[in-house]
Design a protein around this ligand. Structure first.
Ligand code: NG1
Ligand code: ZN
Length: 533
């Protein structure tokens, strides 16, 4: 039943705190969990409206704050094909979250329906899941109150990784073409594809996976049951999988810790040259790393994954005999290491596009390519295949056993990749397949090129909204004159590159700098930070 009374009642049950302004940002709504109840209920109303707008297809709601501290939480909406919420509806969600009263919530609900030609009696379907945060159960109840008030059909998957939820949404809306919308369906799809893609090759050594004490831990443990036994396949060692202690989430572990601090989690028991990776709290990011014989730490971040994947897929396309028909491209942000950009352009001879920060921009750009490989340096990314490319590959008749071998591997890789969204588990399995085919460990992978030393600084400024950028955030157009000062400093540094932009997730300006040496990169970052301060 969805009488208008119940919308008001639901909003009354979870009143908005005074004086808080919410924003649906690059990662949805995300803040301290104790001020999110009203946002959850209202976001559920938006999800129900969105589902009705797209003809009653399933819309996803993921309750998570990813790599943020345990006391945070958040919510993101997922579109019918498993991608991120369209920008226009982000604005509607923001406005709904900030309505002052339950009556204003109802009024806005009806206004959205009216302006978008939405029949409020038509079916709405919403599928939800959450990570392992302590606040998740309470916030989920707030979501359900909103969904019930809006008369939506609900599928609740309990605990899932963010990419698993994206997978469920896509499966539910595509009649099984992408996979079966169950957890088992997810494991069977990706586990099966891993086995087919390996083609009997055995990865060298072991893989130690730091699960950030988040939902990725139990889900990886489940996935392992669907992988080849370790005698034939990969031996995975799981660490930091304590989800019983929610206050341990992302603390001194996880992908963000490793990327930011450029060191392994203290809890990692891995030995010299052992291949390791870290997931984040909702398992949509992954970074690799290892310590060499001299205990020196080496990071293999999203840029490295992108170059490895682009190299391998490019080779498969060529050796299948498809190079004339299918072109690969790589999408990065300005945070990609200059050496990675250089490697893709000059060694792989592939097109590289740069977009603003935020996965939705990268994903969108990659969708314009035949095969688009995109990763943020922090380890969030995937590969997307255009519908035409998938058709070409499906219809292609190989002309030799060698071509067939490559084509079969390529097809298995397509199944192994969660194209809906960056998926740490799927990404890690893909990396393992590639390393196994090349008979490489992490050292050989690291050896493909040398990263330029770089530094990322956070600068607290009076008003970060003063900072306006152009050219995919690589140039500051405002405040006026600042870019000139940055350019002057960059000029002085060998292989210098630097830019400053307002963070979309924190109240700060981020400064990135790279240079030929560690000292030059650090110095340049410091000087640019002085300029923007
Ligand atoms: P902001 O705060 O806008 O720099 C950060 C990350 C992004 C992205 C978002 C969402 C960096 C430099 N920025 O954005 O890559 O992942 O968070 O989580 O890592
Ligand atoms: Zn995440």
């Amino acid at each position: 039943a969805h009488s208008s009374g119940t919308i008001v009642e639901a909003a009354e049950m979870h009143p908005a705190p005074n004086g808080v302004v919410y924003q649906y940002g690059t990662a949805g709504f995300r803040t301290k969990a104790d001020i999110l109840d009203s946002v959850m209920t209202r976001c559920a109303l938006i999800a129900a409206l969105r589902s009705r707008k797209v003809g009653g297809q399933w819309i996803g709601m993921m309750i998570t704050a990813s790599h943020n501290p345990p006391e945070d939480n958040g919510v993101k909406l997922v579109e019918a094909m498993g991608n991120m919420l369209t920008e226009k509806w982000e604005a509607l969600a923001t406005e709904m979250a900030n309505k002052p009263t339950p009556e204003a919530v109802l009024e806005y609900y009806e206004e959205i329906a009216f302006k978008n030609n939405i029949d409020l009696k038509s079916p709405a379907r919403v599928v939800l899941a959450r990570d392992t945060r302590a606040s998740g159960a309470r916030l989920q109840a707030c979501v359900i109150d909103g969904l019930k008030a809006a008369g939506a059909e609900i599928r609740d998957f309990g605990y899932l990784t963010t990419p698993q939820l994206h997978y469920m949404v896509r499966c539910l809306n595509t009649n099984g073409a992408y996979g079966t919308p169950t957890e088992q369906g997810y494991y069977e799809k990706f586990g099966g594809a891993f086995k087919r893609a390996l083609r009997g090759k055995k990865p060298t050594g072991t893989l130690t996976v730091d699960c950030a004490n988040g939902v990725g831990g139990p889900k990886l443990a489940e996935l392992i049951k669907y992988l080849p036994p370790k005698s034939e396949g990969l031996e995975i060692i799981i660490v930091n999988d304590n989800v019983v202690k929610p206050e341990a989430l992302n603390v001194e572990c996880g992908a963000d810790f490793v990327k930011t601090n450029q060191r392994a989690p203290p809890s990692s028991g891995a030995g010299p040259n052992d291949r390791c990776c870290s997931l984040d709290g909702d398992a949509d990011r992954v970074v690799y790393y290892f310590k060499d014989g001299n205990s020196m730490f080496h990071l293999l971040d999203g840029d490295r994954i992108a170059t490895l994947v682009a190299t391998f897929l490019g080779d498969l396309v060529r050796t299948s005999g498809l190079a004339d028909q299918i072109k690969l491209g790589v999408v990065q942000t300005a945070y990609a290491n200059g050496a990675a950009t250089h490697f893709v352009k000059d060694n792989l001879k592939l097109k590289v596009e740069c977009t603003p920060t935020g996965v939705k921009y990268l994903h969108h750009e990659a969708e314009g390519m035949d095969i688009g490989v995109y990763f943020e340096a922090n380890g969030h990314g995937t590969v997307v295949f255009s519908p035409d490319t998938l058709k070409t590959i499906a219809a292609y008749e190989p002309r030799s056993p060698g071509q067939k071998e490559s084509l079969d591997t390529l097809k298995a890789c397509i199944d192994l990749i969660n194209s809906a969204v960056g998926d740490a588990l799927s990404d890690a399995l893909l990396v393992e397949v590639i390393l196994a085919h090349k008979n490489w460990g992490a050292e050989e992978w690291l050896g493909t090129y040398n990263d330029l030393p770089n530094r990322l600084l956070k600068v607290i400024v009076k008003d970060r909204n003063m900072f306006k950028t152009a050219d995919a955030e690589r140039q500051l157009v405002k405040p006026e004159g600042v870019q000139k000062l940055i350019d002057a400093e960059v000029q002085k540094v060998r292989q210098g590159r630097s830019f400053a932009r307002a963070s979309g997730t924190e109240d700060a300006v981020r400064v990135y700098a790279e240079g030929a040496t560690r000292a030059e990169a650090d110095d340049l970052a410091r000087k640019v930070a002085e300029i923007v301060k």
